[in-house]
Design a protein around this ligand. Structure first.
Ligand code: DON
Length: 306
């Protein structure tokens, strides 16, 4: 089995690393400059074994994948029912940065995995100050991945100085009473949580923590309550890849989450976590090679939860 996983990883990377489709995200200046040829694919099993190929030590911006960590922390703080009631639990069918996603649905952002819902989720994390909220979110990212996860001042500066759209969404949320802390503080902390650097090994560990009922298979720490995992995976299935979520569920059949930094993770519940990294994105903001590599790997290893 182990040699099958490694061979499937090598086959996927070899098949797709050279393709030239997609474009780096350009609305965040830092991301536009990342080498588009970087490419990695990693698996971490629930036993903590690591299989990996390509640029798997390269550290890139986590971006929207951080929404999964903050959602998990919000559930630890408030329980899944309260998070569901305040933020929502449904797909938007709209882009990740949609303002309409907020407006059309009686002001509730619908899901913690679009920017509107993600900022509202950041705002409900229990904390007495901005710095305490940030520290709790960063510590939680570390627990789900590794101690190596750190804020990049460079990415953060690049995002904080250009995030006018998210600030607009944050004020809309506030005017609809859907922000549970100061809106600009929530937007700032949300932007920091997107600006941490991770490797494909870290992301595969995050995916494996979700696959392993909330226990990080490398550190052996129970990070998330087991009973919350099915709710998190349901959100990922419905909205993890935005408008491409349905296609991925239909063709691959695994809960997944993308980030505009080029990271993509998928979870095989009870078995292992998969992470891919390649910066060029398709029109939905998902990594082109990431989707292809994970699709290929899952097919070769026969993983599809449906
Ligand atoms: O808020 C933003 O626009 C970025 N920090 C994150 C967006 C993102 O990663 C969307 N996912 N594919």
């Amino acid at each position: 089995m182990d040699s099958n996983i490694m061979q499937a990883i090598l086959n996927s990377v070899e098949k797709y690393k050279g393709i030239k489709e997609g474009k780096n995200a350009s609305y965040i200046p830092y991301l536009a400059e990342v080498d588009p040829n970087l490419c990695a694919l990693t698996v971490v099993t629930k036993e903590g074994e690591v299989f990996s190929a390509g640029d798997d030590e390269y550290r890139f911006a986590i971006e929207s994948i951080s929404k999964v960590c903050t959602l998990a922390l919000a559930m630890e703080d408030l329980g899944p029912e309260k998070v569901r009631q305040k933020i929502g639990d449904s797909p938007t069918g709209l882009p990740f940065n949609s303002v309409i996603a907020l407006e059309l649905h009686k002001d509730k952002p619908l899901t913690p995995l679009v920017n509107a819902g993600a900022m509202a989720t950041t705002s409900i994390i229990k904390a007495n100050s901005k710095e305490e909220r940030w520290k709790r979110i960063l510590d939680f990212q570390k627990k789900m991945m590794s101690d190596k996860v750190e804020l990049s001042d460079e990415v953060n500066k690049s995002e904080q100085t250009t995030n006018f759209h998210n600030r607009g969404i944050a004020w809309l949320l506030y005017s609809a009473q859907q922000m549970f802390s100061d809106p600009m503080e929530a937007c700032e902390v949300y932007t920091r949580q997107c600006s941490t650097l991770v490797s494909s090994k870290d992301l595969a560990t995050l995916a494996a923590t979700l696959a392993n009922k909330g226990k990080n298979p490398i550190t052996k720490e129970q990070v998330i309550k087991e009973s919350h995992i099915s709710h998190i995976l349901a959100e990922m299935t419905m909205e993890g890849l935005y408008e491409e979520s349905g296609d991925f569920a239909y063709t691959v059949g695994l809960p997944a989450k993308s980030g505009v930094g080029g990271g993509l993770l998928a979870v095989v519940p009870g078995v292992l976590g998969i992470a891919a990294f390649s910066p060029p994105l398709n029109k939905y903001g998902n990594s082109v090679k990431g989707i292809k590599m994970i699709k290929h790997l899952a097919k070769e290893l026969n993983y599809n939860i449906y």
